[in-house]
Design a protein around this ligand. Structure first.
Ligand SMILES: [Mn+2]
Length: 338
């Protein structure tokens, strides 16, 4: 594996290490970051894990989650101190620094060796040592391969295996998205051999929903779903008042977009969400509908070919118009038979 000898050399003596994941971390970012932290701690490194913003409550079972420093919780100075003190900064599950928002300049200006571990398509990767593989279904898959290449497989315990398995499971939609490969299944099998409790991870991630979030799902399907059959497109518009009415927490709209994509004949789905930071857009597609390019072109974002996101600073109404214009402009891709 390219760069692995350099990483091995870097880690050959105890170091002060910061692990940074993307904002609003998902199970892959969090699971990979925490598994890496546990591994490095075993190797006598001093490790701190930083998240730009809060992680979903259904991931709080992950080993070390409680010790994560969350920048958005007023920990600006603490985060700056950790980053400035670090000799190595691992950047996990994001390809460009804008994914860590306000923390971007703080990471960029440090003298630490930046090690990127990621699987998102990108034109310009940053970092001194880059482990980047868009064929990996999840960062967790790539990280597992790195651990093997480093010769540290015997260090993987059940708690770490659970974290990595959660990343694999969620980034593949439970091993059903087209990013799922034979290698993904091999890594999953290895993680089970290392003690990953598949039923328990499933239950914690998918089977521990707050009742209000399920009621919200019913409401959103009845009142917030728009289906454009002619364009093979379906999307949800989630208003700020919906968050309040259903007391939604971070992660409560996770997976909602898949319901739009599961409608018969739909190849393009979206959630348009009113948030404090702006109008967040999540895009999903099936087949040859490149939503990462559309997210980049129209909403300043990016991601994978079939799963991407971005943000709009227009009003909700204007963003919906912009989205509908996009759908119309792409009608030949969305409906080759029009
Ligand atoms: Mn990922």
């Amino acid at each position: 594996m390219k760069n692995i000898a350099a990483l091995q050399a870097l880690l050959s003596s105890p170091k002060s290490i910061a692990i940074v994941m993307h904002q609003r971390p998902d199970a892959d970012a969090l699971g990979s970051g925490l598994a890496l932290a546990a591994l490095l701690k075993q190797q006598q490194h001093q490790v701190r894990v930083i998240a730009p913003s809060v992680y979903p409550a259904y991931l709080s079972w992950m080993v070390g989650a409680a010790e994560i420093t969350i920048y958005a919780h007023g920990r600006h100075e603490q985060v700056a101190a950790v980053l400035n003190h670090a000799e190595i900064i691992f950047c996990v599950d994001f390809p460009t620094l804008d994914r860590i928002d306000e923390m971007a300049p703080m990471v960029a200006q440090t003298t630490a060796t930046k090690v990127v571990i990621d699987h998102h398509p990108t034109a310009d990767s940053f970092g001194d040592l880059v482990f980047h593989n868009t064929q990996a279904a999840a960062t967790a898959e790539l990280l597992y391969e790195m651990i093997i290449a480093l010769g540290l497989q015997s260090s993987i315990d059940a708690a770490m295996a659970d974290c990595l398995y959660a990343g694999l499971m969620t980034d593949t939609g439970s091993f059903k998205h087209p990013n799922t490969t034979a290698q993904t299944h091999r890594v999953a099998a290895q993680l089970m051999a290392h003690g990953a409790d598949v039923a328990q991870v499933n239950r914690q991630v998918y089977g521990s929903k707050a009742l209000n979030s399920l009621k919200f799902l019913g409401f959103a399907l009845c009142h917030r779903l728009v289906v454009y059959e002619a364009y093979h497109t379906a999307y949800f518009v989630i208003k700020a008042e919906d968050y309040e009415q259903y007391q939604l927490q971070t992660g409560d709209t996770e997976g909602l977009v898949d319901y739009a994509l599961s409608v018969q004949g739909i190849v393009f789905a979206a959630i348009i969400k009113e948030t404090k930071e702006g109008i967040r857009i999540s895009l999903r597609s099936v087949g040859d509908v490149p939503v990462n390019i559309w997210a980049q072109e129209h909403f300043g974002g990016g991601g994978h070919k079939n799963a991407a996101g971005g943000i709009s600073y227009l009003s909700l109404e204007e963003t919906i118009v912009q989205f509908e214009d996009l759908v119309k402009a792409k009608q030949e891709i969305l409906n080759p038979h029009l």
